[in-house]
Design a protein around this ligand. Structure first.
Ligand code: AMP
Length: 275
């Protein structure tokens, strides 16, 4: 992959890279479409990265419909699909790991220790193997975008990180490969997450800027759905992930819940989205 990527760059083409774990859906398509608009060459990686899964997480059972993914990417007109075996990314002698620092321990990192170290390690390697001018990430995984931007800044990587808005089902549920785990009753319950955060976002637009009150509104709305356990609800600054004294346009309201053993995350940018 690296040789091909270097050849494209040497020929003057900009490369856009879309890192994924496969089980592709319309959210991924939207990243690919954006990458196609902005670059001469587009590489999509499909790699279920063992380093970002905890020991009790779903690495073994994560969906891997590879033939479908390949057909989907061909139809989208990508220039290359990078689907390396695990030991190409992590050969036996592999030792180095990126440490995301303190932001990696907040929010998702609190519930998923080591997750962002695994993410940043594979992202750094993918960037080196695919030589992107731009790399495309979903706003749904907002903390991931923050940490990848930090990686780029801290290590001086020549890559522009593009965050792409979350693609949703008509009922508001954010598309996710893990939605496949939801049974019918969980699937019916799941849109409450987006309803709860949009209600708080509307309260912000109507003048409520107290982070605790916005979080409280979200929690109240979620509490009305038994069967759904809140992991976190947090209003945070979009770069430091700290809690602002007052929410401002651009602050992010981020949520994680559990429906049985299935964890769902979502977020809204306050003051930025049509609700
Ligand atoms: P994944 O395959 O789940 O690791 O996701 C690969 C990329 O697609 C990540 O940057 C995700 O944030 C992004 N993504 C996942 N779901 C969505 C969605 N519903 N809308 C937009 N981007 C998404």
């Amino acid at each position: 992959m690296q040789e091909q990527a270097i050849a494209w760059r040497n020929a003057g083409a900009d490369i856009g890279v879309v890192p994924t774990m496969g089980a592709l859906h319309a959210g991924h398509d939207s990243l690919v479409a954006r990458a196609r608009r902005e670059n001469q060459r587009v590489i999509v990686s499909v790699f279920v990265n063992p380093a970002q899964f905890g020991p009790n997480e779903d690495f073994a059972t994560y969906p891997r419909p590879f033939d479908q993914d390949r057909a989907r990417l061909e139809a989208l007109g990508v220039d290359a699909l990078f689907h390396p075996p695990v030991d190409q990314i992590y050969p036996p002698a592999f030792k180095t790991r990126v440490d995301p620092g303190p932001l990696g321990d907040l929010l998702e990192g609190k519930s998923r220790p080591g997750h962002f170290g695994g993410v940043l390690t594979v992202v750094l390697k993918l960037f080196n193997l695919t030589q992107p001018k731009r790399a495309y990430f979903g706003q749904k995984d907002f903390q991931q975008v923050v940490l990848v931007r930090q990686l780029v800044r801290d290590f001086g990587l020549p890559v522009r990180i593009v965050a792409v808005p979350t693609v949703r089902y008509p009922d508001g549920l954010a598309m996710s490969s893990r939605n496949a785990y939801l049974d019918a009753s969980q699937r019916e319950l799941a849109p409450v997450v987006y309803r709860a955060i949009t209600e708080a976002a509307k309260a912000f637009t109507a003048g409520e800027t107290d982070p605790a009150r916005l979080e409280g509104l979200t929690r109240e709305r979620l509490a009305a759905s038994p069967g759904l356990a809140v992991d976190y609800v947090a209003v945070v600054d979009d770069t430091t992930l700290g809690r602002p004294g007052r929410a401002i346009p651009g602050s992010v309201l981020a949520v994680a819940v559990k429906l049985g053993s299935i964890r769902l995350i979502d977020n809204v940018v306050l003051g930025a989205e049509r609700l």
